[in-house]
Each structure stands twice: as C-alpha cells, then as structure tokens.
Design a protein around this ligand. Structure first.
Ligand code: SAM
Length: 330
C-alpha cells in the first residue's frame, strides 16, 4: 500500500468537451491516430456499485470509456497529449476523474442559471458549460486575478459562451442582487488542504528529510501537527462560511460541495455543521449522488451513504469528497 505513488499509478483521464465535439467524434479521431479502444474489466456489486479492476491492460496507445462518467475516457499513464489536435482545439480537457464528479453530480438542466463560487482555473466551470450545452448562464467567481486569467483562457478555448467570470471574493457576492434571482444551482469547490493529492510516499519522504536536520524529532512532529491542525481548522471555517453563504441565495435548489481533501474536518464535519445551522437544507438521496460509486462518506456520520469519497489507492484517481445539498421544499 505504502508503495503507492500517484504519479506512477494514476492513468490519464480525458474529458470530452461536448461544446466542441461529441464523444463518438473524439473516439473516432483517437482511433484514426492509431489508438485502440478496449473494454474495461469491471466488478459489479450487489448495491449497484461498480469498480474498474485494474488498469494493467491499458498499454500505451490503448484507451477505454469510463464506467461512471459518460463524458470521460481513460488512457495509460504515459500518454502524451501536449500536441494532440483534440487538446489544442478544445475538444478534450485533461481533468482527473474525481474532479469531474461535482459538475456531473450537480447535473444542472439546460437553461439553468448557475454559480461557480471558487472557479479558477476553471475545469469544473467548463464542465458545467458542456453539461448545459451553453444554454443558460454561469457566473464564475475567483478572488485571485492571476488564477482568473487562467480560467478566462480555458473558457475561451473550450467555447464556454455561457460563462461570465468576475474577480471577486465569493463571500462578498450579494445573494439578493437581482442578477442572481434565477440561480438554482451552485458548485462550491473552495480552497482546501489538498491532502487528497499528496501521496503517502511523499509524506514519508518529507518526514525522512527532517530527520537529519533535527535531533528532537518528537517536538518537531508535535509542532508540525499543531500547525497543521490550525491550518485545517481555518480552512474548515472558511468552507463552512462558504456553504452558509450559498444557502442564502433565494431561489437555490441544489449546491454541490467538494474538496480534494481526505480530512474529515474539511468534509463530513463541515457538511454536518452546515446542516445543523440551516434546517432548510438536507443531503440529496444516494441515487442522485453517483450511486454506482462504491466509496461513500465515513460511516461514523449520519447519512454517510449520501456522500461520496475517493481514495487514490482504491479508485485510481485523486482523493476527493462530494456532498450534494438540496433545499427542502416547504
Ligand atoms: N473549481 C476549480 C476547478 O475545478 O478548476 C478549482 C478551485 S480551487 C480548489 C479553489 C479556488 O478558490 C482557488 O482558485 C482560490 O483562488 C479560490 N478562492 C479562495 N477563496 C476564495 C474566495 N473567498 N472567493 C472566491 N474565490 C476564492
């Protein structure tokens, strides 16, 4: 288990941008480029969950369709796309599988008005635009001007004409502004610790590095732990504040909350606190939250089945968490 290394074991995921080309067209271009489409080796579980057993058959120049997401393709880990015309013309977007969950699970219908609160660099924003086929409006916010420039370049290349981006602190966006009166869907993917994208091996190596520098390893470890706890606590406070702010939009139906963290404090704990502070919202039923996905929220929490987690070692994608809130109809 400890030998797991993200860079070695995670395949390359390719999302088809339906604003530029259909899945069938993209598959045909890859075939014409000499790639062979193969069938994934799948296990089906009694509860309807399914997993891909191994990526070992995925030799170079072979690829397969994903079994959970209909707009995703999987290639072997060393595939190089940098000069592929499909990437250059915006027909495909290189996006890890778990990071495709939020827009897919939010699943806004065509015509929707949507907010993407912490949007840069814009992968999920462009996924939303692809899902609604540019029919609707997407308000994308990020407080970093630099990161917003990356988003603007991405949405231009991907043809996302439904997106309006603004450099703004989402917490200062006024929920009662007329312009957001038709917003029914929110995607909230706030800053997090990113612990889902750090391999355990990297952690071991970094601890090893410090061993040579300090004699009193125990006190260093303790200090590092305290600093880390303070950082996680402040991230969790921010994440909770963002969810509570989303709850204030007057016509909201669904909010998809996600992190690329595996820490309970940023995930299930934040979700439970948000629900306890606003009784007008609940978690959506499991069947609306990718019920074919095996790993769910930690079962020490109520309604854990309604939340979703991914683990690099088991799922061959980054560590991730998703919860889908819905407004309770009165
Ligand atoms: N959803 C993005 C994607 O899929 O490409 C990734 C978002 S990243 C996890 C979090 C983003 O939140 C960062 O770009 C950061 O600049 C932004 N951010 C942090 N605090 C914010 C705030 N108060 N208001 C708006 N954006 C914020």
């Amino acid at each position: 288990d400890e030998k797991f290394r993200i860079e070695d074991d995670i395949p390359r995921y390719v999302r088809v941008n339906k604003l530029k080309a259909s899945m069938e067209e993209v598959i045909n271009v890859f075939k014409a480029q000499g790639y062979e489409l193969i069938n994934p080796d799948i296990s089906l579980f009694e509860d309807g969950a399914k997993v891909i057993n191994s990526f070992k058959n995925l030799k170079s120049k072979t690829f397969m369709r994903d079994i959970h997401l209909n707009d995703l393709l999987i290639f072997s880990k060393n595939t190089d796309f940098h000069d592929n015309k499909l990437l250059l013309n915006g027909s495909i977007i290189l996006q890890d599988k778990a990071s495709c969950f939020p827009a897919y699970i939010l699943n806004p219908p065509k015509g929707s008005h949507i907010i993407d609160c912490c949007a840069a660099p814009g992968n999920k924003t462009s996924h939303l635009a692809s899902i609604i086929d540019n029919d609707g409006r997407i308000f994308a916010f990020d407080h970093s001007e630099r990161r917003l420039q990356t988003l603007n370049a991405l949405i231009k290349k991907a043809g996302c004409s439904s997106v309006t981006s603004s450099c703004e602190n989402f917490l200062n966006v006024d929920p009662n502004d007329e312009i957001y009166k038709d917003v029914e869907y929110i995607l909230l993917d706030p800053s997090c610790s990113g612990s889902g994208i750090v391999s355990r091996m990297d952690l071991l190596i970094s601890q090893q590095d410090h061993k040579d520098e300090v004699e009193d390893l125990d006190s260093l470890e303790k200090l590092k732990e305290e600093e880390e706890m303070a950082r996680l606590k402040s991230l969790a406070d921010f994440q909770l504040e963002c969810i509570l702010h989303c709850f204030k939009f007057p016509n909201i139906k669904k909010i998809c909350y996600s992190t690329c963290s595996v820490n309970t404090i940023e995930n299930e704990e934040v979700v439970m606190k948000a629900l306890s502070q606003n009784k007008n919202f609940q978690l959506c039923e499991k069947k609306k939250v990718l019920d074919t996905w095996k790993n769910r929220g930690l079962n020490t929490f109520q309604d854990s089945e309604k939340m979703l987690r991914s683990y690099p070692e088991q799922d061959f994608t980054i560590g991730f968490f998703v919860a889908l809130f819905e407004k309770i109809e009165m």
